[in-house]
Design a protein around this ligand. Structure first.
Ligand code: FAS
Ligand code: PHB
Length: 394
């Protein structure tokens, strides 16, 4: 067994794990990151597209904002749409905060580059990851390295940043663990297309056929989504069928607006669920990001919640390990969960407001909600405040 000693053992090299290692290193706290996949695989996953103000502020404060400033696209707000109507919500006018289009793949690239420059130890391609002695002062993580070597990382703290299928969340004993889950009866069919966006800012569209969204990744790459039944087979959706449904639901031809189709370069079906597990700390194990919670992507909160968790956890671990001050660490779970539940509610609200269920009464309520949010400053401010992101530590 190869033995490694560090201060913080981080499981998962996604945005939560890599950002945590970066913030800890900036305060002189060492970590080792272990990751089941290859660096290339982790970096290639097409996921989140929107950074809220709080995430941008944190990345900038951590010297991770240079390329974001050059290549990110700052948006003032979004459009809400239903047949015959499209309304712009201006988050800056309503709350003074905005959002950025900057894909998770770009955030991951910036994190990987920063950690490499710093000489961060990341073990990619590991297997048989296991957590040990989490209720002692000397917890550890064991795994088999990509080269086949059984390895133990001994640390003062273990942080599970291993997403919704990693071993960390189940390492919290059943006796103290509580979880909530809601599975939605629909999924998102998402495409990437090599075509300039047909809109300047995101369009969230309610339509009797189902929800649709027009997002983007750059001036030449569009990202679009369709509500589909949750057991949808992607092979049933040709590119032509996808573009035709997007045109219908996004209002092609409405008020002179048209959707420009283009070559589809990636398509996938993303199931939608809400999941929260408490507590986000047990003994010397802390959870951050998808390891503790999952939100449907309608509120653009998944990545931003992971960033917010880490923004709370990093200073807590620095205080614990550098100053022997456990107050922030003891408060971490409750503090993180306040935002987790706020974002879980917002993501559920956006999802149930915009996705059709076939129930006519529900559809009347949805249209009434949309009209109220689009025309009432109070309603619009409520959406804007949640979408553009509450200050970290809310
Ligand atoms: P991640 O899942 O990114 O990272 C966890 C890492 O842990 C992974 O790399 C995994 O390989 C590793 N791991 C797991 N088990 C391990 C083990 N046993 N040993 C070692 N490593 C292990 N969010 C949005 O805001 N908008 C979106 O549009 C959106 N789309 C999404 C689409 C998909 C298909 C998915 C799955 C998620 C999407 N999300 C979206 C949410 C997503 O962005 C997450 O919130 C974000 O990746 C969270 O980051 P992490 O917590 O780091 O988890
Ligand atoms: C995306 O661009 O992938 C995206 C944007 C907003 C969302 C979800 C996904 O709510």
């Amino acid at each position: 067994m190869d033995d490694v000693r560090t201060q913080v053992a981080i499981i998962g090299a996604g945005p939560a794990g890599m950002l945590l290692s970066h913030l800890l290193a900036a305060e002189g706290v060492e970590s080792v990151v272990v990751e089941a996949r290859t660096e290339e695989y982790v970096g290639s996953r097409i996921r989140a597209g929107i950074l809220e103000q709080s995430s941008v502020d944190l990345l900038r404060s951590a010297d991770l904002g240079d390329r974001l400033a050059r290549e990110g696209d700052q948006h003032r707000g979004i459009y809400l749409q239903w047949p015959e109507e499209r309304h712009h919500l201006d988050f800056v006018d309503l709350t003074g905060r905005s959002v950025w289009v900057y894909g998770q793949t770009e955030v991951q690239k910036d994190l990987v580059a920063a950690r490499a420059a710093d000489g961060q130890e990341v073990h990619y391609g590991v297997s048989d990851t296991a957590l040990h002695d989490l209720e002692s002062d000397s917890p550890s993580v064991t795994f088999v390295s990509a080269s086949g070597s059984p390895t133990r990382v001994s640390a003062s703290v273990v942080v599970g940043c291993d997403g919704s299928f990693g071993p960390s969340r189940s390492s919290v004993p059943d006796a103290v663990r509580q979880s909530w889950e809601k599975v939605y009866p629909y999924s998102w069919l998402g495409i990437l297309a090599d075509v300039a966006p047909s809109t300047d800012e995101l369009i969230y569209a309610w339509h009797p056929d189902g929800f649709a969204m027009h997002s983007m990744r750059s001036a030449t790459v569009s990202r679009l989504y369709l509500q589909v039944p949750h057991d949808t087979d992607i092979d049933d959706w040709s590119d032509d069928r996808i573009w035709s449904a997007l045109a219908t639901r996004l209002g092609d031809g409405q008020d002179g607006w048209s959707l420009t189709p283009g070559p589809v370069t990636e398509k996938s079906v993303l199931p939608m669920r809400s999941f929260v597990q408490t507590p986000m700390r047990h003994g010397r194990l802390f959870l951050a990001g998808d390891a503790a919670h999952i939100v449907p992507p309608t509120g653009a909160k998944g990545l931003n919640l992971a960033v917010a968790d880490v923004g709370l956890l990093a200073p807590a671990l620095v205080d614990l390990l550098r100053r022997d001050d456990a107050r922030l660490a003891d408060a971490y779970s409750d503090a993180a969960l306040r935002r987790v539940w706020r974002c879980t509610h917002f993501s559920w609200w956006m999802t149930t407001m915009l996705h059709t269920s076939g129930d006519d009464f529900d559809q009347q309520l949805q249209l009434s909600q949309l009209r109220w949010v689009a025309t009432s400053e109070a309603g619009a401010t409520g959406l804007a405040e949640n979408y553009a992101g509450l200050p970290i530590g809310f």
